[in-house]
Design a protein around this ligand. Structure first.
Ligand code: NI
Length: 189
């Protein structure tokens, strides 16, 4: 497994639509494993392939990383991990509002309203077609957020133009700071 670089918005590659995978081969399984490692390394609950510059319909997800409640067995890292390849929403209704963030937009969190109840059909890492159902949970939010990435859409596209512009400015500043650090220059705040 290898870490891949996560693209930071704004980046034209994040606006590009991903393509269907079809058959799951060794190359796709390698992508799945790299994406999982990259997601955990960045403390994320979901990661879509376009975020690492690969325009294929592949999503890595683990929404079950929260600390265990009292009397509950703590979840091991990777226990809640799964992949959605070529996902399709079969059912989408109701409404649910949740405060979202994104690994491609670090440290920005905003409320987004999406469908509350979903049924998603997808291919898993072993190439089997499966379904998952979720209602008003982090899972229902995350599936829709990551499927947006496959369409070149980010959570900021659900916000007002004003909010999006403020976040865009902060991200551009963050990117130029990181660039300067990479070149070894001193960072003047
Ligand atoms: Ni995201």
């Amino acid at each position: 497994m290898a870490l891949r670089e996560i693209l930071i918005w704004p980046d034209p590659r994040l606006k590009q639509k991903a393509k269907p995978v079809g058959e799951v081969d060794a190359k796709i399984r390698k992508l799945c494993d790299d994406m999982a490692e990259t997601m955990y390394d960045a403390n994320g609950v979901g990661l879509a392939a376009p975020q690492v510059g690969v325009h294929l319909n592949v999503i890595a997800m683990d929404v079950d990383q929260r600390p265990a409640a009292e009397g509950e067995e703590p979840k091991k890292k990777g226990e809640g991990l799964f992949w959605l390849i070529d996902p399709v929403l079969k059912v989408a209704d109701g409404e649910f509002t949740y405060t979202e963030g994104c690994l491609s937009i670090p440290d920005e969190y905003e409320e987004v309203t999406r469908f509350g109840h979903i049924v998603v059909e997808y291919t898993d890492r072993d190439g089997r077609r499966k379904q998952k159902e979720a209602t008003n949970t982090l899972l229902s939010v995350c599936v829709q957020h990551e499927m947006d990435h496959l369409q070149g859409k980010l959570f900021v596209d659900h916000l007002s133009a004003l909010k999006r512009e403020l976040i865009r400015r902060r991200m551009k500043k963050l990117k130029s700071q990181r660039e300067a650090e990479r070149r070894g220059e001193a960072t003047a705040l």
